[in-house]
Structure formats: C-alpha cells, structure tokens
Ligand binder design. Structure first.
Ligand code: ANZ
Ligand code: ZN
Length: 814
C-alpha cells in the first residue's frame, strides 16, 4: 500500500489545478454567482502568517463548498502593497520599494501556492501597479469633481515618528495605530474626503446588510450620531454670542456656567483684562498637551474663569464663562452650556471650582443625564424649570425646543462624531494625488488621458519634519504646465493613504485587466455585491468604513449597481502563540506556515488543524500537537480507503453505513453554511471512527463501501483538497473532486437512533420491535399490528382498546 505522503501528492495536484485553471470564475455564467472575498494581504517581508492562513482557509472552504453546490464562485486574491513598512525597509536597505514589493509578492505567491487555495489567479491584482492605481487616481478625481475632495489648512493629527499626517480613524487612544507613537497636532494644508456627507447613509445602510451586531455597533458608535439642539447665548455687555451644541436642551434651566475649549478664537475676544494673563497661561498649557494627556486627566478637570458672563436665553440668568480643556474644539461648536445638576463632567467641575448647582429633576439631587435620564425620559419630571415644571422630560423636551425656536435662539441639530477623512500623506510609497496646482486656476484635476500620474523615482525616500513629501524635492516632476491654462504650475506632492487602494479593490476583481474603465458595467452588474466578506475585526472603523463610503459615493455617481459593497461580513478570530501570548517577531514566537507544511505534515493537515482549532470568530492559541493529530486522522482515512480498495465487496448495502453517511453529509454541509468549521471537522473524524467500527464487523463486505468513502472524500475536500483529490481518483472517480456535485442523501436515513417498543396483547408480551426514535403513534401501532406474532395472538378477535405509552409500549386489549 502507498504511504500517505503529502510532499508527493500536494505539489502534484497544485500544478495540475493551476495548469487546468479549474478555479476560474466565469463572467456571465448562468449558474448563480457567489463572490467570496477575504481581505487581501499586505506583502510584507515576513510572508504569510498563520492569521492569514486562518482567513484564507476559511474563505477557501466556503468557496469550494459553494462551487460543489452549483455556484459560479469568484474567490480572488491580490496585494495591498502601498504603505509604510516597505518604504521604511527601502530607507534602511536602499532597495527601492518597487523592488522590495516584487520580491515580497513572489514569496507570498509561493506560499499561497503551497496551501492549495481555489483562487482564480487570472484575476490577481496589486495596488501598486500603475495599471491599478491609475483607477485609484481616477476614482479620487470623481470625488474631487463632485466637490467631495477638498483642501483645508488646519491642525491635524501628526505622527512624529512616521512624519506624516493621519486620519482620525488611524489614531487609537491618542496613538498612531501602526507604530504606537503618541500623535501630535500640526497645522498643515491637507486633502480631505467628505465622509461626513455620508454619516447618515453609513448608519442607514447597515440595515440592508448582514453584519454581526458588534461590527455594526462599532461603526455606529464611531459615526456617533447625537440628536439635540444648537442654542445661542448672548455675552453680557457685548454683541457677541456663544453657540453651544447640547443633547440636553431640556435641562437648560439648570445652566450655571458656560465652558469654551481653549483653542476657540472667541476666548481671546472675551477675556477681561483682569483675567488675561491667567487665561493665556492656561491656553499655552493646554496647547502643549497631547490628546492622550488630556484624556488621562479626565479625572482631574482644570479650567480658568474668563471674567465674562453669558445670558441664559430662557430666564435671563447671568452665568460665568470658563475655559477648560475637557471641552474639545473639534466637536459641536467647541463650547458647552454646563448643567452640573445632570451632567457628570460639569458636576465634577462645579464641585472643584465651587460653582452653583441647580437640579432640574424632581429628585432634587444629581441624576446622570447621559446614563439615566436619556433612556428613561418618561420616568423623570422637570423641576426648577418655570412653566415646564411637573412635565416629564419626554413631554418637556419638544416644548422647550419650541420655546427656543420661538425666541429665535435655538434649533434642532443632529451632530456626528465622524470627521472628514484626512487623505494626504507626506510619504513616498503611495499613489500620487492627481492634482496640479495652478496660481491662476487653483487646484486642477489631471486629465484622464494623463493618468496614471506615475510615482517618480527619487533619490531619497526619507520623510521630513517640514510636512512635505519626498516627492517635493523632484523638481523635474513637480513643475508642469497647468492642464487648463498652460501656464507654469506645480504637481501636488502628497500621496494617498494606504487605505486608498483597498477602498475599491473588490470591484477590480470583477474586471482586472480593463484599461478603459475601473470595471465594465456589465461585469459589475453580473457580480454585484460581494456575497461574503471575511476579515479582521481591527478594520471595522478603518477599511470597512472607508470602502462602504467609497461604494455609496460610486452608487450615487451611477458607477456601481448596488448601494452597499458587501452583503455579509464576518470577522475571524486571532491566532495566538501556543502559550496564549501574542505572536510577534520581537518575541520570536511566530509560526511560519511554510515550516509546518514542509516539516512533512503538509498543507492539508495544517488547513484542517487551523479550521479545527476553535469556532471561527474566537481568538485561540496555536497547537503544534494539533497538526500531528489532523495528520494522523488523514492517515487513518488513507489507510481505510486503500484497505477497502483491496477487498471485494459484493454483499448487499449496509444500512449502518448508509445512515452514517446521511448524518455526516447533512451535518458537514449545514455546519459549513454556518461557518462552524470545527464541528464539521469533528463529524468527519467521528465518521471515520464509525467506519472503522463497521469495518471490524463486516470487513468491507457491503456493496456501498466505495460509495460511502467517495462521499466522505467529497465532504473532506473543502478542508483538505489534496488528499481528497488523490483518494477520489483512487476510488475510480473522474477528475476533479472539486467540480463534482456535493453528495446527496436520503432524508429517511437521517434517523439514526432506534428504540425498542414492546408489544403486548392483553398485557402479555408478544413482540419487541425496533423502531425509529421519532416514530409517531399511528405508525408505531401499525407496525405492531403487522408483526406476525402479534397478528397470531389477536387472531379474529376485535380490538377493544389500544394503550400506547410513547416510545415504550403498545398493548392491545381484545
Ligand atoms: C448640556 C448637557 C446637560 C449635556 C446634560 C449633557 C447632559 P454626545 O451625546 O456625546 O453628543 N458637549 C457638546 N460639545 C462638546 C465639546 N466640544 N466638548 C465636550 N463636550 C461637549 O454629547 C453631547 C453633550 O456633550 C452636549 O450636551 C454637551 O453637554 C457636551 F445633563 O449640554 B450637553
Ligand atoms: Zn506613526
């Protein structure tokens, strides 16, 4: 008998599959289409890691299962290759980013190949290819032409280590998500994309897609919609006003002071001479603090009095205006009305600085508006609120808003936490922003015929502190005539963020080689929405949000047929090191998939083990022993199949085998549909164990042994395609197992359990029947009546009564 040797069979089948292109997705095929998307990798120098293998193996299992169930499956792959690691590597080694990317992609391709994924490699894309980024630039220009890409000079997030501006989404807890450096503020002229125009749609669209609640909630929270009012307060003795955003205008009678963010220009205009030195000192101090320091000081709020007062428009009360950095310049209007009776932050502040507190609920003590009143407005009654006293907050809220409107000082307002997307990066390795700045015409789009704007060679990729990208030093490249007036002009020298290429890449898979459009309309129509998108949880408020925004904009521009890019999204869990710690290069505990494969276990054992580790969305430690275990399982199946092939089997069908296969086919199929891969694999393992038991009794005599093994091999093929293809062939089936239809079964065989029912005639035992566990009463009685011994004892007598005890007994009284 041949030994199971993955080193021999795996490359053999990989080469054949590639040569035959059996995983080709066919445009316009009449079978129902299924787009299985997994997030494409960044081709780093380290190659594929186990996390990738988990994601792509899951994608492959689903793709293969769908294909066997009659779908025209598109399972594509590509490379998200712009970005900092490659550029930093280039700076260190003087190998160009272009060169480094090429080498890294070659490594990835080899690794992909060794894993046996059913990818349509004819559709491979790389975001750094000019033929690809030409369309990234073209799509950016659609935003520009629609007025949704604009320039603004303001204080932005700046990473002092990476020397580039960042978007809000890239700052996590005050640090750059990529390098963990504390982010600073820097005033820079930047390109922004107006994602805020889509805030409502990005929330709304979640109703039409199948996202897990925690992913949808995370996006909703990030967008941060608040419904409230804008209210104007006059400044005492001045014609100036303070406008505040409040979600609690129903507490306006409890305002005892106002607070402005230190950065607000208005502060300088209202401070009285007496308080000038004090306030200016405070502003300087606040400026020096990073966002993170401000956040850390949440507990101990600081502030200073400006000397000025504001007038509460509803009751003309004079309240002091303070400056404090717990109010952020970047939210609402950067100013608040402080209600220490119901707002926790204002409460702390009032206590610390001895400011008055008025309670506007009838509880006459502090009740937290945000955590309590907001969700129970019916439960609380207004107090200290003049004509509104005694009304519940639900009743009072619209009435107070009406009063503010009537007074001409307020209006309803919806506010979002989401900020426009800062889209300029001062780094080399990105798509040049295709704009030419003309002294006369302003920013002008590079004409379509001149796209792509190629990334030029530069002498030095080193980023600088001056907020200019390395492209700025390439004079030949920078100086160009204006496309509109032909006068001397300059190219934009900032590049796009590494999130640009991935914001639309799934669409390019539909038509990867098109040089007339980013994708042809009929192909976009055919493939439509991505049916299932697997990816990391960490991308929920970055890539996943950005690409939904791009897609919704494309839909408005009639560039794509669907409102949303992804029908369903699932996030796979993380793989930790065997000891439960995070795998990282610095700890030296990273497991290289290639090592596992070439150690002799092979790709099938690795794939199977990864899918067997844990439920798909759970973080789980890696198990080196686990691969040995899955390898032994495959070996057992290999042996069983070979033994079977050597034996003649001509006895009638085995009912046990038939029922075992029905149960397994049913379970594996429905488990894959639920993404419950680990339980699907346990039933495959159970099935092999059961087969060994049956074999011990019948020694492969039954006629349906080969059929059963063939079905089993099919069920295994999405997980372990190489050994499955090999055994399929040995079982005499036609190539390929991956295009054969998924096995079917007879529903009647699903009933696995049998029960014993005793049959009595006049209380005397006359027969014991083996019946299906879920047999209904009628059928059980009928079966009892058909039994020869029972028939004999009833004879010609009339049945007076039938007693039935469910699943236990039938007694005929005659
Ligand atoms: C008065 C008030 C009373 C408030 C009360 C809340 C409770 P969300 O829900 O997060 O949108 N606020 C407004 N602008 C701010 C800024 N720039 N920096 C810090 N805080 C700001 O929060 C809205 C509330 O946050 C607003 O409603 C305002 O305080 C505060 F019992 O106004 B509220
Ligand atoms: Zn950084």
């Amino acid at each position: 008998m041949d030994r199971y040797n993955p080193k021999e069979i795996e490359p053999k089948w990989q080469n054949k599959w590639a040569a035959d292109k059996i995983y080709k997705a066919i445009d316009f095929d009449t079978k129902p289409k299924f787009v299985m998307l997994t997030e494409f990798p960044y081709p780093s120098g380290e190659g594929l890691h186990l996390g990738h293998v988990r994601e792509y193996t899951y994608g492959d299992i689903i793709a293969r299962h769908k294909r066997m169930n009659g779908h025209n499956v598109l399972y594509p792959m590509g490379y998200d290759a712009f970005g900092l690691p490659t550029e930093n590597y280039a700076i260190k080694t003087h190998i160009t980013p272009q060169e480094a990317t090429k080498t890294n992609i070659a490594t990835f391709q080899e690794q992909f190949n060794s894993l046996g994924y059913s990818i349509d490699w004819d559709r491979e894309i790389t975001t750094t290819d000019p033929s690809y980024y030409r369309w990234t630039q073209w799509l950016f220009l659609q935003f520009f032409k629609a007025g949704l890409a604009y320039q603004d000079e303001s204080a932005i997030n700046w990473c002092p280590k990476c020397k580039t501006g960042l978007s809000n989404e890239e700052v996590v807890n005050g640090r750059h998500e990529r390098c963990d450096t504390i982010v600073e503020k820097k005033i820079l002229k930047q390109w922004l994309l107006k994602i805020t125009d889509y805030a409502e749609r990005l929330i709304d669209g979640l109703k039409d897609v199948d996202f897990p609640p925690r992913i949808a909630d995370q996006q909703i929270n990030w967008i941060g919609k608040s419904e409230g009012a804008l209210v104007k307060f006059k400044i005492d003795g001045s014609d100036k006003e303070i406008e505040v955003f409040t979600t609690a205008h129903d507490t306006i009678y409890g305002v005892t002071f106002m607070v402005l963010a230190p950065e607000l220009d208005l502060v300088k205009e209202i401070i009285t001479d007496e308080h000038k030195a004090n306030v200016n000192g405070y502003i300087k101090m606040a400026e020096a603090k990073t966002e993170i320091e401000r956040l850390e000081e949440k507990e101990d709020k600081t502030g200073v009095f400006t000397g000025a007062y504001a007038i509460n428009p509803v009751n003309q009360t004079k309240v002091p205006i303070w400056v404090a950095d717990y109010v952020l310049a970047s939210y609402g209007s950067g100013a608040i009305m402080a209600v220490p009776g119901e707002d926790a932050r204002d409460h702390d502040f009032a206590k610390k600085y001895n400011l008055p507190i008025i309670y506007t609920t009838d509880k006459n003590e502090f009740v937290n508006y945000q955590t309590e009143i907001k969700s129970h407005r019916d439960k609380y009654k207004l107090a200290n609120s003049e004509e509104f006293n005694g009304l519940t907050f639900s009743e009072g809220r619209p009435k107070i808003l009406k009063k503010l409107e009537d007074l001409g000082v307020g209006k309803a307002q919806v506010q979002y936490k989401l900020r426009d997307w800062i889209f300029s990066r001062q780094r080399y390795w990105g798509e040049p922003i295709p704009i030419i700045h003309c002294p006369k015409c302003g920013p002008v789009a590079v004409p379509d015929k001149d796209l792509p704007v190629l990334l030029p060679e530069v002498k030095d990729y080193e980023p600088s502190d001056d907020g200019k990208s390395p492209l700025a030093s390439n004079e030949d490249w920078v100086n160009v005539p204006c496309p509109k007036c032909n006068e001397p002009a300059k190219r934009e020298t900032d590049t796009m963020p590494n999130w640009a290429g991935s914001s639309w890449y799934y669409l390019r898979y539909y038509d990867p080689k098109n040089d007339q459009a980013f994708a042809a309309k009929d192909k976009l129509d055919y493939w439509g929405e991505v049916d299932l998108y697997l990816g990391g949880m960490e991308h929920t408020t970055l890539h996943l949000l950005y690409s939904r925004f791009w897609h919704q904009f494309f839909y408005d521009q009639k560039l794509v047929p669907t409102k949303e890019p992804y029908h369903a999204r699932r996030g796979q869990g993380i793989i930790l090191a065997a000891d439960g710690s995070k795998m990282s290069k610095s700890k030296g505990n990273v497991v290289n998939p290639t090592d596992v494969i070439s150690s002799g276990y092979g790709a099938d054992s690795l794939r199977l083990n990864i899918a067997f580790l844990a439920p798909y969305d759970q973080t789980t430690p890696w198990s080196p022993e686990g691969v040995a275990g899955t390898f032994r399982f495959l070996q057992r199946l290999w042996t069983l199949t070979h033994e079977c092939l050597e034996k003649p089997h001509d006895a009638p069908e085995s009912e046990d085998l038939k029922r075992l296969m029905a149960r397994t086919i049913n379970k594996v199929g429905s488990d894959i549909d639920k993404l419950s891969f680990n339980t699907a694999i346990s039933s495959l393992m159970e099935c092999v164990n059961e087969m060994y038991k049956i074999k011990a009794e019948d020694n492969f005599a039954a006629s349906n042994w080969t059929d059963s093994l063939t079905s089993l091999v099919q069920l295994l093929s999405p997980f372990a395609p190489h050994i499955s293809e090999e055994l399929w062939q040995k079982l005499g089936r036609e190539y390929s197992v991956s295009t054969a239809p998924w096995p079917s079964f007879d529903k009647n065989d699903l009933v696995s359990q049998q029960i014993e029912v005793v049959v009595q005639v006049n209380g005397k035992l006359r027969a014991t029947l083996n019946l299906k566990a879920d047999i209904p009463k009628d059928e059980a009685v009928q079966a009892a009546l058909e039994n020869e011994s029972v028939k004999k004892h009833i004879g010609e007598s009339e049945i007076k009564k039938t007693i039935y005890v469910d699943k236990k007994l039938v007694n005929f009284v005659v």
